[in-house]
Design a binder for this molecule. Structure first.
Ligand SMILES: [Fe+2]
Length: 395
């Protein structure tokens, strides 16, 4: 049914929230639509939603309490006709202790197996599942030099790990990820730390985003040229490979080499399934260039000379990480970060091929019945049938 009187609208978030991030807009549903219903939108409304996502990177639909989890895979299919009907993390939740992605002890929704259940704390009988004891990962377990006890007591937190939702092996990253907040911590704000010494006050458990388009804009002309000509080779089974590695203070890359697993010690793998992506991706909505580098998982860089086609390979890990860090760290300032302050019922849809995101927040107390840190979320990101598009096609 078309909503001719008050159709779906996209309203950019307030300027003080967006700052220079280029990120964030609210989706105002037609008054007759309680929950986002893809089948209930007119063609014009679908076009508005589509361009809204690709232009603003992160869309927020408020008050979606009672949402059917099956809407989330429908959203994935709406933005990507080639989406497979499985979560990009695999048909089942990762529970293998050898994999870094198992550390949140999440589960999957029985009503919609493409939807992960993540959060913090003990949940009994939720969605008919056996008891859950969800864990919110803390930067203190992953950063080389985490915040001190005093800083933590003072409310400081860090960006845990900047990433796109991408397994980097076999299954291609989805165009979008959707997140639905069912329960948020009842805690004071925390302080997001920046290398400049600046501090951003954020909600406990906020999800932080930066735009790959903004990151690209901030590069010098020389850096842009390098990025446009470079392909990023990710490590085989990257998350297993870097299980014992520790990150830089900003969560953008690994602090130093030496802790990576030996390639022969990884679970069975082959190079044809390991992903290499352009460093700069084309936004399929508005055509803009986005710097999309998952710095903790990089393995090598291949840079083509645009006139001769000659390829230079950099495979010294420290050098590869240093180059990627130099390029990506320019965007890591309070002005360029949008940290979503979750309200219960929020449905957030983000352009996984246009923004990078990170967990923040220290929710590390032992779970109890009256746990103020309790958090419950649904997350859905579907494997795609289409690789990311290079902004500049190979010569
Ligand atoms: Fe993620």
């Amino acid at each position: 049914m078309a909503h001719m009187v008050k159709p779906l609208r996209i309203v950019p978030l307030a300027a003080e929230l967006r700052k220079n991030s280029g990120i964030g807009a609210e989706v105002v549903l037609p008054p007759s639509m309680r929950h986002l219903d893809m089948d209930g939108l007119s063609d014009e409304e679908k076009a508005t939603l589509r361009s809204g996502l690709f232009d603003h990177g992160v869309l927020v639909v408020r008050n979606q309490q009672g949402l059917d989890p099956n809407v989330m895979p429908q959203i994935g299919r709406f933005f990507d006709e080639t989406a497979w009907d499985i979560h990009s993390g695999g048909a089942k939740m990762v529970t293998d202790a050898k994999n870094i992605l198992s550390q949140n002890r999440g589960s999957r929704a029985p009503r919609a197996p493409q939807v992960s259940i993540i959060g913090k704390g003990k949940w009994t009988g939720y969605e008919g599942l056996a008891d859950l004891d969800l864990k919110h990962v803390s930067h203190t377990e992953f950063h080389e030099t985490p915040c001190t006890k005093e800083e933590l007591a003072d409310g400081f937190t860090r960006a845990y790990r900047w990433h796109m939702d991408a397994p980097l092996y076999e299954r291609l990253p989805g165009y979008v990820t959707s997140l639905h907040s069912l329960k948020n911590p009842d805690l004071p704000d925390q302080k997001l730390w920046f290398p400049s010494g600046e501090v951003l006050s954020i909600a406990a458990g906020a999800t932080a985003f930066y735009s790959g388009a903004r990151a690209f804009d901030l590069l010098s002309d020389e850096e842009k040229e390098f990025a446009l000509n470079t392909t990023v080779q990710y490590a085989p089974r990257a998350y297993e490979w870097m299980l014992d590695c520790k990150a830089t203070d900003d969560g953008l890359t690994i602090a130093k080499s030496g802790q990576e697993k030996r390639l022969e010690d990884l679970r069975e793998w082959s190079w044809d399934k390991v992903h290499a992506f352009p460093m700069v991706w084309r936004n399929i909505g508005n055509g803009k260039p986005h710097l999309q580098v998952l710095g903790c998982c990089v393995f090598a860089l291949r840079t083509a000379d645009p006139t001769t086609g000659e390829v230079t390979v950099i495979d010294d890990l420290d050098e590869v990480r240093e180059i990627c860090h130099k390029l990506t760290s320019k965007v890591y300032t309070p002005e360029n970060i949008y940290a979503h302050r979750w309200q219960e019922g929020d449905l957030v849809i983000f352009h996984n091929r246009g923004v990078l995101h990170s967990i923040t927040g220290e929710l590390t107390r032992t779970s109890g019945e009256s746990d103020p840190e309790k958090r419950l979320f649904w997350q859905c990101t579907m494997a795609s049938g289409t690789p990311p598009t290079a902004y500049r096609a190979a010569a």
